[in-house]
Design a protein around this ligand. Structure first.
Ligand SMILES: Nc1ncnc2c1ncn2[C@@H]1O[C@H](COP(=O)(O)OP(=O)(O)O)[C@@H](O)[C@H]1O
Ligand SMILES: [Mg+2]
Length: 237
């Protein structure tokens, strides 16, 4: 069983959105069975799951104090992928959860406040010797700050080669327990999550795909490529 922990000190960066979307996408492509754990006292992921009609992914009740045992129980019951959503904090609790991860996903918005806070999260993960991947989330298409954000992130670690853009369907789909992949029409949002899961899955399996640059919509076109600094290129795995 692979354990993916979604962590970021900043609230609103997209942890719960990505936890829901990645867990459903993992099920869609047959990587499951997938289980979810929500250790955020706010319980946003649990609320989303409770409003969900589909039976998968399964939701596992867990406590931080018993998390290692809970994870073992899920492993023994045949769960293949476990996604753990965490509160916006940098506490001993987060450290304990990160310590149980196979991969830590750190979503961040392309805002100065988000970017300033990722260094501390990344340091904690690295201190615990866990692999991490940054995901730029909530990016406004074609905004110059996206490229700058990717350059900043690349100073701290590995970037996912896909940017998740700001689109209303990410929020709207979760109102009634769904994801963008479960809306009637295929969308760009859906394609981003598909690519993101494929990349994370390859990271988890140790078969990272060919180095690619994060793509973004270009004026008049579907996708362009961010211009990155040398450091950014080196950190693209
Ligand atoms: N890519 C996106 N496009 C549009 N809305 C988003 C996106 N990512 C997150 N949101 C919205 O932003 C808010 C915060 O996201 P959330 O996933 O709850 O962040 P966190 O769990 O890190 O606090 C939510 O209302 C969510 O629907
Ligand atoms: Mg959350």
């Amino acid at each position: 069983m692979k354990v993916i922990v979604i962590a970021a000190r900043k609230g609103g960066s997209g942890k719960t959105t990505l936890a829901g979307h990645l867990s459903v996408q993992a099920e869609r492509v047959g990587a499951g069975p997938v289980a979810l754990i929500d250790i955020d006292p706010q319980g946003s992921l649990a609320a989303w799951w409770n409003s969900r009609a589909a039976p998968t992914p399964v939701f596992a009740q867990a406590t931080v104090s018993g998390l290692a045992d809970d994870i073992q129980r899920l492993r023994d019951s045949g769960i293949a992928v476990l996604v753990i959503d965490t509160p916006p904090a940098l506490t001993q609790t987060i450290a304990e959860v990160v310590g149980l991860a196979d991969l830590v996903v750190i979503p961040t918005r392309p805002s100065p406040h988000d970017l300033r806070s990722i260094g501390a999260t990344a340091e904690l993960v690295e201190h615990l010797g866990k692999p991490l991947v940054f995901v730029l989330n909530g990016a406004t298409p074609r905004a110059r700050i996206n490229g700058e954000a990717l350059s900043v992130l690349s100073q701290h670690g590995v970037l996912a080669p896909v940017v998740v853009h700001q689109r209303i369907d990410f929020a709207a789909s979760m109102i009634d327990g769904r994801t963008v992949m479960e809306l009637p029409d295929p969308s760009r949002s859906c394609a981003e999550i598909e690519k993101l899961w494929a990349y994370l899955d390859a990271r988890l399996e140790g078969t990272v795909p060919r180095r690619t640059l994060p793509a973004l919509p270009r004026r008049g076109g579907e996708e362009g490529v961010y211009a990155l600094t040398g450091a950014a290129r080196r950190n693209l795995a």
